[in-house]
Design a protein around this ligand. Sequence first.
Ligand code: TXA
Ligand code: MG
Length: 345
Amino acid sequence: MVATILPCPAHHPDPTVVERAAAAIRDGRLVAIPTETVYGLAADALDLDAVRAIFEAKGRPPTDPLIVHVDGLDMLTRVVDGPLPPPAALLVEAFWPGPLTLVVPRNAAVPAAVSSGLATVAVRCPSHPVAAAVITAAGTPVAAPSANRFGQISPTSADHVFVELGDRIDLIVDAGRADRGLESTVVAFDGDEAVILRPGAITAEQLADVVAVREVRRASGETNASPGHDERHYSPRTPTLTVAASFDPAAAPAAGDVVYAGYADRAPTLPDGWRFESLGPLADLDTVAHDLYDGLRRIDGTHPSLILVELTGATGIGRAIDDRLTRAGSSIVLAHADELAGRLG
Ligand code: TXA
Ligand code: MG
């Protein structure tokens, strides 16, 4: 199988392409679709076989639940059990359609496999015109994880999807580069409080303008509140380590073919032989987010022996960027150059 890429303008969805994607979903097949965050691997969320096919195509363990995508409040009632928790209703009003995923009680119509057996379901309403049009035309809630093989870097273009899944699915809808470049924020509820399980495109500060917010900082070994949001994820194939903003590479030994991925406006002095790659300007973190996964793929493609990625140390969208950079480095963050000893090839 080799996937067909169907171009579809982001702001004027082509009805023929939309209908082809929707028909595939109604038939129980998989289609990669653009969303405002990253590309998703879409299938009918109410069709158990289609849901199983998503896990199979991604090589994703069944213990890692999927996000269900809806086109609005009517479709939401088919996914959620009962009324929304009050803070969830406030967030829907403030941020939907958009990159915010809510973990709410699961309607019995949604197969347990979608949620890896949990009593909850993660649901969001994407703002991308093509995603919205496909869901509406399919007429069913759509389960869609990021369209990458499990543990790999999320795709922000149709080409990325083709590299990841081109031999496993037959249709990729191509609406160009994803707007945000980082996944949705995943939020659960505890009474009146919203609990951030995965930082993402909607910032904690934005959420806090609307509801009380708590951030889950998961220490190693703790129970996984957002199952599947693993310590190693979003990872280049090249060995990758994360370094704190305070890390001084000039003090590191000049060994190995090392790429130092940092920021154009905070470029450090590097040991001989190391290469600097910019993840963008710290002064414009939305651009860093937009280009992050493409940049990591590009750097990975130059096959260095080691990649060091530097944290932004920033708040706002910086939290989501740093979360992904931390996981890209298997959640090992080096503060000092001497911690590199023994890790250089
Ligand atoms: O932006 C996005 O959210 C993209 C696009 C395609 O919509 N999707 C995405 O899906 O990032 P995925 O499967 O790569 O990430 C789903 C996240 C995981 O961290 C998973 O643990 C969490 O959502 N999740 C799903 N269902 C959950 C549940 N019932 N309880 C807690 N976390 C859940
Ligand atoms: Mg993913």
